[in-house]
Design a protein around this ligand. Structure first.
Ligand code: G6P
Length: 366
């Protein structure tokens, strides 16, 4: 009811603003990296596996895609990420030394549960879940688990469940790296420090809300939008596009910016807003030339840049600066700004933000 919403207009907005706290809750008590964060026997499991298979649906699938970038880069273990409904019905090549990771807010999504059973039927017994409901079928079915502490998520469009999944997946990345001899004590300390600082860093992104509201007036009048990202921010572009289409009903697509020339550039006109996730990382110069390709066709750029990047506002280029560049954890910050953009665009269009048409909070039937 209204009392529970406090100062917020919708559960989605409330849940977006809860993120500093629930990420803190999810990481509470983590004083060091160790496989046992995922349950008894995790060390032996992590020792035996030499590849990872992530299975999930919807927003949870995008947290899995982000984790692929982290795990391959930090732990040096190959990762496949599959949409659960595809994996369960296709012929794949199983390997017993696989860590099967399911990701689910509810722990009850029918396709993800069926994909897990399918993996097991193929002889893959090392199972781990990142899940927000400790009593769910998913947690019962998996050997290992990390329970995120997002709390109850009411908004159909997932927000705080996603960022807490990312926090848990980063812990998994570091734990796998450690067992694989890829994490020095100094690196562990540095990562833990960055994780502890996340609530403050996210609060600083939330403070950008007024600037994002100003942009949402433009978006509310559009019927299409393109989202661009590169590297580990490509899955964040996908999630930003999903949020916008789910609740504002604006058609949105995400592309890895390097693919522009292979199709989406044909759609770019003055009418096309192009949201660009532009963290100050190794790909920034490449991204800037992708942005010029968009500008040359008249496309309107809406850029989320980091504080120290030299991207400036100008004709057809709107820039909002995130307060700090956050290295490997940067996707967790950038997605928060995209959640706010989707929320306020939907609000401006007057849609039912918490209960978008035709969608359900959890899909427990096929
Ligand atoms: C539905 C929800 C999404 C969610 C997806 C997967 O589509 O609307 O927000 O990401 O299911 O749900 P799960 O509970 O498995 O994460």
């Amino acid at each position: 009811g209204a009392a529970e919403l406090g100062p917020y207009r919708h559960y989605m907005q409330k849940e977006i603003f809860e993120q500093p706290r629930v990420i803190g809750d999810t990481l509470e008590g983590v004083t060091g990296i160790m496989p046992e964060l995922f349950g008894d026997g995790a060390y032996n499991v992590f020792k035996q596996i030499d590849r990872v298979l992530i299975l999930a649906c919807g927003t949870s699938y995008y947290s899995g895609l982000t984790a692929k970038y982290w795990i391959e880069s930090v732990a040096k273990i190959p990762v496949n990420v599959e949409i659960a409904s595809e994996y369960r019905y296709r012929d794949s090549v199983p390997h017993p030394n696989t860590l099967v990771v399911t990701i689910s807010q509810s722990g009850e999504t029918a396709d993800t549960l069926a994909a897990l059973k399918h993996a097991r039927s193929l002889g893959m017994e090392h199972t781990l879940t990142i899940c927000n409901v400790g009593t769910s079928a998913m947690v019962r079915e998996c050997k290992l688990a990390y329970i995120t502490r997002a709390g109850v998520e009411v908004g159909v469009a997932s927000t705080k469940a996603f960022t807490t999944q990312l926090a848990a997946l980063f812990l998994l990345t570091l734990s796998l790296a450690q067992v694989n001899g890829r994490l020095t004590d100094a690196e562990e300390e540095q990562h833990l420090k960055a994780m502890r600082h996340l609530p403050v860093a996210i609060s600083a992104v939330l403070a950008l809300e007024p600037q994002i509201i100003a942009w949402s007036e433009d978006f509310a009048r559009k019927e299409n939008a393109l989202f661009l990202g590169r590297g580990m921010h490509y899955p964040i572009a996908l999630e930003g596009a999903l949020k916008l289409k789910e609740i504002s009903y604006i058609h949105a697509e995400a592309y890895p910016a390097g693919e522009l020339k292979h199709g989406p550039l044909a759609l770019v006109t003055e009418e096309m807003p192009v949201v660009t996730i532009a963290p100050n990382d190794a790909l920034i110069e490449k991204l800037k030339s992708n942005m010029q390709e968009v500008r040359a066709r008249g496309g309107q750029l809406y850029v989320f840049a980091d504080v120290d990047s030299r991207i400036t506002s100008g004709e057809g280029v709107h820039v909002i600066r995130l307060p700090e560049h956050y290295g490997l954890l940067s996707p967790i910050l950038h997605v928060v700004s995209l959640q706010l953009l989707a929320y306020h665009s939907a609000l401006a269009r007057g849609t039912d933000v918490d209960k978008p048409r035709n969608l359900a909070k959890s899909v427990t039937v096929e």
